[in-house]
Design a binder for this molecule. Sequence first.
Ligand SMILES: Nc1ncnc2c1ncn2[C@@H]1O[C@H](COP(=O)(O)OP(=O)(O)O)[C@@H](O)[C@H]1O
Ligand SMILES: [Mg+2]
Length: 270
Amino acid sequence: MPDASPLLRVEHLRKVYASGRGEVEAIGDLSFTMMPGELLCVVGPSGCGKTTLLKCLAGLLRPTSGLVKMEGSPVTGPSPAMAVVFQEYGRSLYPWLTVRGNVELPLRHKKLSRAERDRRVADALDAVGLPQSARSHPWQLSGGMQQRVAIARAIAYRPEVLIMDEPFAAVDAQTRADLEDLVRDLHLNRGISTVFVTHDIDESVYLGQRVLVLSHSPTRVQEDLVIDLPRERDQLTTRALPRFTELRTHVYAQIQRAKRAPASAPHPAP
Ligand SMILES: Nc1ncnc2c1ncn2[C@@H]1O[C@H](COP(=O)(O)OP(=O)(O)O)[C@@H](O)[C@H]1O
Ligand SMILES: [Mg+2]
C-alpha cells in the first residue's frame, strides 16, 4: 500500500493531568500512525496511560500538546467517526432498553430511514452472534453476551475506527477466547479499523496485526511490532505456534525493559 494515507495519525501526543497533589505526566511523547482496516493492539503495564491515550484518540480528552489527526483533520472534540467499547459493559448498556433499543440508540443521531436503521441493527446483532436476543433486556444476558451487545452497538454505528479499552478484562477465560475470535472475525470479514487496548501480552499478540508496546508512564512507544502470524488464527493452533511464543516472549521482555529504563532503545524485532 505505498500511496495509501493513514487513517489515524498521532503526533507527539503529551498529556499532563493537573490534580490536587500536583501534576501527573501520563503520556510523555507518543507518535504513531494507523492505516485503514488495521487491527492495532496497544499493550502496556497498568497505569501507563492506555486509557488516557484512547480518550485523546476519541476526542474525549484534550492533549496537553501534540495532535491526533483523523483522515488528515485534527480531532478537537468527541469524534463521530469513532466508537468506543469500554471494559465496564454493565454500565455502558441501558437496563430499561431492550438489546435492540440499546444497539439502535446511537443511530438516532444519524439521518437514517426506519428501514435502514432496522437493517443495521439486525446486521450488527447477526455479526456478533446474537440474532435471537433482540427483544431481551441486557440484565437477562451473561456478561459475555452483554459485551457482544456493546460491540454490536459500536459496529451498527459504522465508525471509521472502533476503539476498545480492555473490553474483555472482566469475563471468564472461555468467554474471553470467544470474544477475541469475534474481534478477529470483524477485522477479517468486515475490515473494521480497530484500536484494541489491553494489558494482556498474549491477547495483544493473538489479536493484533501490529502491536504497539508502551513504556511506563510518562509513556512513549517502546516498540512498534508487526505480528507476522497467519491471518486465519484460532485459539488452539495459533497459540501453539513457536512463532507465537517467540513474539509473546519478545513483547514481555520489552515491557520488562521499559519498566527498568523508560524509553530505552528497543531490541531488534525477533
Ligand atoms: N483524571 C485523572 N487525573 C489525574 N491523574 C489521572 C487521571 N486519569 C488517569 N490519571 C493517571 O494517569 C496515569 C495513566 O492512567 P490511565 O490512562 O488510566 O492508565 P492505564 O489505562 O494504562 O491503566 C496514571 O498514573 C493515572 O493515575
Ligand atoms: Mg485503563
